[in-house]
Design a protein around this ligand. Structure first.
Ligand code: F6P
Length: 362
């Protein structure tokens, strides 16, 4: 009798709407094809420490619409640079051999890594240097991964930011204020751009286009002169003034990416208020963009990614990431897929925004 094929799945990095829907797609596809599937707890930490649990139909029941990840996650614990603290000092160890040993111990044929840039990079390194068979799934609200048109989670984040803009509009109008909404996205402006268009923003500030404060103020004053005594601004957390610095909120040692952005919106509204005398406020949307139930679009995309990742494993097609291309799910070489993708300056949505008279601060 031939041996039952066994696989494992993990979620790495920040949580993201749709993670559970991907897990469900992966698990159902493996089980329905006569395979066994283990869930790795808390990202790569679980692979280093050998905390894997067998998944069944019962373990994924009712999770399609749930936010977060039933497997747990972390954006720390890079196995190739695992931080160990001793007497207040941090040293780094390579724990990738533990991963290989645990995968062998559990007789796992291949690993599905559901993650963003940091986790996919680790997956790619495990494939390259440790011979682990990996299939990646592109996760992040930031939509900043190359080699795919969409990451899952982005649609939900964009919808949340759009709803926030609709709500902010009413206060801006009633109080004749400048209202800024700071959105996430790290070094890419996808959430800011899409929600700014959907939410009817007057100014959209992206990391890709360093802004001139004078241009932003001109837009506010032009609107005032035209009888519009309020202005809505979407500011990406990675936006910065021309010749200025990024707004760094904190440094998280031992994280895949140590810098955490934050504060760009508050910095902007203070300067606007100082220069114009118009009352200005900033709302930071933060983790509301990441938590809670995924949109229908994200549930469908996540399910497609999960099924496709398991199917790639079943075919023995490894060291790839599943990706969306012209609304079809394809596979791309994982080494190419782990990286960052910013908004292109000639992006058609930026051009459409300019036609509408939206200022990008340049
Ligand atoms: O990558 C997702 C994201 O939410 C970014 O938009 C944000 O900059 C970062 O993660 C925040 O990370 P943390 O959860 O560590 O604060």
């Amino acid at each position: 009798m031939s041996k039952v094929r066994r696989f494992a799945v993990l979620t790495g990095g920040g949580d993201c709407p749709g993670l559970n829907a991907v897990i469900r797609g992966v698990v159902k596809t493996f089980l329905n094809n006569g395979c066994e599937i283990y869930g790795v707890l808390n990202g790569f930490n679980g692979l280093i420490n050998g905390t894997l649990v067998p998944m069944s139909h019962a373990s994924i029941s009712g999770i399609l619409q749930r936010g977060g990840t039933v497997l747990g996650s972390t954006n720390r614990d890079n196995p190739f640079k695992f931080a160990v603290e001793k007497d207040g000092e941090i040293t780094y160890e390579d724990r990738s051999a533990d991963i290989v040993a645990n995968l062998q111990k559990y007789e796992i044929e291949a690993l599905v890594v559901i993650g963003g840039d940091g986790s996919l990079n680790i997956g790619a390194q495990l494939a390259r240097e440790s011979g682990v068979k990996v299939v990646g799934c592109p996760k992040t609200i930031d939509n900043d991964l190359p080699c795919t048109e969409r990451t899952f989670g982005f649609d939900t984040a964009m919808a949340m930011a759009t709803e926030a803009l609709d709500r902010i509009h009413t206060t801006a109008e009633s109080h004749h204020r400048v209202m800024a909404l700071e959105v996430m996205g790290r070094y890419a402006g996808w959430i800011a751009l899409h929600s700014g268009i959907a939410g009817g923003a007057d100014v959209i500030l992206l990391p890709e286009i360093p802004y001139k404060i004078e241009s932003v103020i001109k837009k506010i004053e032009d609107r005032k002169a035209a009888g519009k005594d309020f202005t809505i601004i979407v500011v990406a957390e990675g936006a910065k003034p021309e010749g200025g610095e990024l707004s760094v909120a904190r440094i998280v040692k031992n994280s895949f990416e140590q810098i955490r952005l934050g504060g760009a919106g508050e910095k902007l509204v203070r300067e606007i208020e100082e220069r114009t005398g118009i009352e200005s406020r900033c709302t930071v949307l933060g983790y509301l963009q990441r938590g809670g139930t995924p949109t229908a679009f994200d549930r469908v995309l996540s399910t497609r990614y999960g099924v496709a990742a398991a199917e790639a494993c079943l075919r023995g097609e490894y060291n790839v990431m599943v990706s969306l291309c012209h609304d079809k799910i394809e596979t791309v070489y994982i080494q190419r897929a782990a990286g960052n993708r910013q908004v292109e300056l000639d992006n058609e949505i930026i051009k459409a925004g300019r036609q509408l008279g939206i200022s990008f601060g340049d």
